[in-house]
Design a binder for this molecule. Structure first.
Ligand SMILES: [Zn+2]
Length: 276
């Protein structure tokens, strides 16, 4: 165990956890005035401290099995669209509080995707690279002959293996995978609720509109991230990962040309860079 890393973890859990009280005598259970929901703001036990320092890059790149990692928990199927998903325990703790509040407002949050490790992301990426899964507008990536352009086309909505925030166990895709769903009817009601309340529980939307100059992936109104942990992991990625570390899948040699770390991993909304 590297003690400085452990201290950083303690620092951010005792500094940045949503609603966390630094003074121990302060009651750590408060109520949401509007809904009456009791919000237990006790910081969850940090799980990341079980990770040896020399495994940090492997964790960031998703080179582990979340089903057996001690910091991860299985998700209750009442909050997912299928069995077998996992999240970090701290992220899930705050997601459950958010989902409970949402339910009182007749909003049903459904996790469509949670943690994906390197191997799962490699499968998604290579299916697109080889044209087995078509891109948006039914485009076959094989029709794009320039390999950097082919990778960029896939990168509109899919991460290169090793660079996905879904590796971290802090990020979820909610309810539907199209922005259109969230722009009208029930989807708009869900998105508006998230815009109003998600930050209360520590969640941010990393991939917002690119109109403000953000680089990287297109807007994803379904993708939400548990900022108290993911902002720290973003910094770990920034200081630990190089484009040359991104290897082991078809098209990986384009990572440097594209600048996948600086333009995509770090191309997130400002609200996700700083814990709330
Ligand atoms: Zn996502």
């Amino acid at each position: 165990m590297n003690s400085s890393f452990f201290l950083i973890l303690l620092l951010f859990f005792f500094t940045f956890s949503p609603g966390c009280q630094l003074k121990p005598e302060v009651d750590n259970v408060s109520s949401n005035e509007k809904t009456g929901v009791s919000l237990d703001t006790t910081p969850p036990t940090p799980a990341f401290d079980t990770l040896p320092i020399d495994r940090r890059a492997e964790y960031i790149m998703g080179k582990f099995d979340p089903a057996t990692h001690p910091g991860f928990v299985p998700l209750d199927e009442s909050y997912t669209d299928r069995p077998g998903m996992q999240l970090r325990s701290d992220t899930y703790h705050y997601f459950l509080m958010m989902a409970e509040h949402a339910a009182l407002d007749t909003i049903k949050l459904v996790i469509r995707s949670a943690t994906r490790n390197f191997d799962q992301q490699k499968s998604i990426w290579e299916r697109k690279w080889e044209g087995k899964t078509l891109l948006e507008d039914r485009l076959d990536a094989r029709q794009i002959s320039d390999p950097a352009e082919r990778a960029r086309a896939i990168l509109r909505y899919s991460s290169m293996p090793g660079t996905s925030r879904h590796h971290w166990g802090t990020d979820v895709d909610l309810n539907a995978f199209t922005n259109k769903y969230f722009e009208e009817g029930e989807g708009k009601r869900i998105y508006d609720w998230l815009l109003s309340h998600a930050s209360t529980y520590g969640f941010c939307q990393p991939y917002t509109s690119k109109d403000n100059g953000r680089t990287g992936y297109e807007e994803e109104k379904w993708h939400w991230s548990f900022t108290p942990v993911s902002a720290v992991l973003t910094q770990v990625a920034k200081t630990t990962l190089a484009n040359t570390d991104i290897q082991g899948f078809l098209g990986a040699d384009q990572a440097g040309t594209i600048g996948v770390i600086e333009n995509y991993v770090l191309g997130i909304d400002q609200s996700c860079h700083e814990p709330h």
